[in-house]
Design a protein around this ligand. Structure first.
Ligand code: PSV
Ligand code: MN
Ligand code: MN
Length: 388
């Protein structure tokens, strides 16, 4: 049987990083839906993130996206976060919203455009120095739409060159996390389409380059937990961008579409040591809440990750290993399913109470009055949003 006090301790130490863009307005390519009380600047995003942390006790880190979260003084933003018990997390670069990047950013055939893209990535590392962020998250929209449009291998060479320049610029305690995505916006060939491509680049670069797994970026049916187990074994899993998908990059609440998949992923994380803080695996959310209230959706997402983690921690590792080595297929599967089928909500409620938190984070937020306060208080000014 798993040691319950170790399970409780592990649950208390897990940190989930929330994305600044999830607090702002968002939508689909068809429509951005505006919500009342949405933050008007990065400082107000931190105010909302502090509410998520107050309700859950598990979300003290906030990822930024540049230039969406551009401010005059990043030191002041950092101090503002720290005053609220938060810290600034991954800096997400953005080389996908500029006309110059139509044919690619770091893989663009034009060296002038490539230099501009690299300049942005290096600026993001400067920002990390000021914010105290450990991670630079790189997602490239680069790719081609038509066969013959550009030289696939040459684009890999250009990508490698840019990555090497960024790697060179990283400080001793900084890392770069290279994200992959099967398709979109490029529809024929994406330059970093899968974990293998990301892994190969990271391997060449060195230990400060790690792969980030966005759960929404795979072909349907992909065994994501296999990828997780492989990368952990190789010491190359930098973190997750958690979200749920039914079809493509849906960015829905993690654990909403397929809680069993999330459990299988967390089982591999737990089993392969990925929950230990020294491993440095970042548990980030990458979601947009287009039709649902944003702060409660983020709280729900944090809870969904915690529930999957709790179930994974409850797997009877001894019984599982015994069944596996005996070749007892049904028993091994049953051990895993027993953990998955456990209702961990009472355990998590107890753990929260032990931490001095409300046992139900959704109720804690509802009772806080924050939603009413921002709905009436945040009037005037432009509300922040995806791409704003
Ligand atoms: C675009 O697909 C994307 O959703 C990537 O997953 C990035 O991590 C995110 O946007 C923020 O740039
Ligand atoms: Mn992502
Ligand atoms: Mn995505």
């Amino acid at each position: 049987m798993p040691d319950l006090s170790a399970v409780r301790a592990a649950l208390k130490s897990q940190r989930i990083e929330t994305p600044s863009w999830a607090y702002g307005n968002s939508g689909t390519r068809f429509k951005v839906f505006r919500q009342e009380g949405v933050p008007r600047d990065p400082f107000e995003k931190l105010d909302d993130a502090a509410q998520v942390h107050a309700a859950t006790g598990a979300a003290p880190v906030v990822a930024l996206h540049i230039p969406w979260d551009r401010v005059e003084d990043y030191g002041a933003l950092r101090a503002y976060a720290e005053e609220r018990g938060l810290r600034l997390g991954a800096i997400n670069s953005n080389v996908f919203q500029d006309d110059d990047f139509k044919l690619g950013s770091v893989t663009n055939p034009d060296p002038v455009v490539r230099r501009k893209a690299l300049g942005h990535l290096l600026e993001c590392v400067d920002i990390m120095d000021a914010t105290g962020s450990r991670d630079l998250k790189l997602w490239f929209s680069d790719g081609t739409n038509y066969p013959g449009q550009d030289d696939i291998a040459a684009r890999q060479g250009r990508l490698a060159e840019a990555l090497a320049a960024v790697y060179e610029r990283l400080g001793a305690d900084q890392r770069m996390l290279l994200e992959y995505k099967l398709f979109e916006p490029a529809f024929y060939a994406t330059d970093v389409p899968d974990w293998g491509t990301s892994y190969a680049h990271c391997l060449k670069l060195g230990p400060k380059a790690q792969v980030v797994v966005d759960t929404g970026h795979h072909a349907p049916g992909t065994n994501i937990e296999f990828i997780v187990a492989f990368l952990l074994r190789e010491g190359k899993l930098g973190g997750f961008d958690f979200n749920s998908r039914f079809y493509a990059d849906d960015d829905l609440m993690v654990g909403a579409a397929d809680p069993f998949q999330l459990f299988r992923i967390m089982h591999e994380v737990v089993k392969n040591g990925g929950l230990e803080p020294e491993r440095g695996v970042a548990f980030m959310l990458d979601q947009c809440h287009n039709i649902e209230a944003k702060i409660p959706a983020i709280i729900r997402s944090v809870m969904n990750v915690q529930e999957a983690t709790a179930k994974a921690l409850l797997v009877d590792a001894g019984a599982l290993a015994a069944a596996q080595s005996a070749g007892d297929v049904l028993e091994a599967n049953a051990v895993l399913m027993d953990a998955y089928n456990t209702d961990v909500r009472p355990l998590l409620a107890e753990v929260r109470k032990e931490q001095g938190l409300h046992p139900d984070p959704m109720a804690a937020y509802r009772d806080s009055g924050w939603q009413q306060q921002i709905a009436t208080g945040r009037v005037g000014g432009e509300q922040a949003g995806w791409g704003a």
